[in-house]
Design a protein around this ligand. Structure first.
Ligand code: PEP
Ligand code: MN
Length: 277
């Protein structure tokens, strides 16, 4: 393997049994089972959002994703409902007994996001925002660190090292596709990064198939591959009515599709002795 692990003193795996298990309100991530996180790209105030959370919780999924601070390519695109979005997210999550996964974009918002989130997401575009990473190292909440779309696996590990080195040991790595010459999908999922990361680091590794492929119809098949290749979970954009989603609707699967996918994952998981949670 072409990764120099010499500087990765806190992220590297010391022996076969070395793993970080992150316990969030009794749900364990990285303990050998497959954790699903699902929800829309952006939090909104419609009934579709409450329906989505209700259905996701009913399927037995415990983690609800949704952005209140959105990293948009264009300054004219919807930027998220910010603090009002976080309050809405908390309300919906509480009603449906869901844990919250939500993104922080800026060092100035860490305190408020940490107040509402059960897992704080660092998006692909911020993977090498080292000041943000160092500040998140001081926070008492797990960090979901997404791989930048132009970053190597080694750079992802170095970014995780920043967070661990600053004191926060609870980091979940997330492969979400990288830019290649292939334009027919939004990104190219680096599927080999998953077993590679599992071999070299003790941190949990999950995958975002939605941003990796950018096409809703491809998400179920790719999620099955993610399970088969040994990931600790997946974070999926799902919504009760994808047409009405405020961001990334082309890649958002319906909750109906999510239910069918969940059933398939349970079948595959049985063969692998992996529980889908
Ligand atoms: C997201 O998960 O909402 C997101 C913006 O993803 P990424 O940072 O991977 O592009
Ligand atoms: Mn999105």
């Amino acid at each position: 393997m072409n990764i120099d692990m010499s500087e990765l003193v806190l992220t590297r795996k010391n022996d076969e049994n070395h793993k970080t298990i992150i316990d969030i309100n009794g749900k364990k991530i990285g303990d050998g089972n497959f954790t699903l996180m699902a929800g829309p790209g952006s939090i909104d105030f419609s009934d579709n959002l409450s329906d989505t959370a209700y259905e996701i919780s009913n399927f037995g999924i415990s983690f609800f994703r949704g952005g209140a601070y959105k990293p948009r390519t264009s300054p004219y695109s919807f930027q998220g409902h910010k603090v009002d979005g976080l309050k809405r997210l908390k309300d919906i999550a509480k009603k449906n007994k869901l844990n919250i996964v939500t993104e922080v974009l800026d060092i100035r918002d860490i305190e408020v996001v940490a107040d509402f989130a059960d897992i704080i997401q660092v998006g692909a575009r911020n993977m090498q925002n080292f000041t943000l990473l160092q500040e998140l190292g001081k926070v008492d909440k797990p960090i979901l660190l997404k791989r930048g779309f132009a970053n190597t696996v080694s750079e992802l590990l170095h970014s995780a090292e920043y967070i661990l080195n600053a004191g926060n040991k609870n980091v979940i790595l997330c492969e979400r596709g990288i830019r290649t010459f292939e334009p027919s999908t939004r990104n190219t999922l680096d599927i080999s990064a998953i077993p590679l990361l599992k071999q070299v680091t003790h941190l949990p590794v999950i995958v975002d198939p939605s941003h990796a492929v950018g096409v809703a119809s491809l998400v179920p098949a790719v999620t099955k591959a993610i399970l088969a290749v040994g990931a600790d979970g997946a974070i999926i954009e799902a919504y009760s009515n994808p047409e009405k989603a405020l961001s990334d609707k082309e890649q958002t699967i319906s909750t109906k599709t999510l239910l069918a996918l969940h059933k398939d994952l349970v079948k595959i998981g049985k063969a692998m002795n992996v529980t889908i949670q």
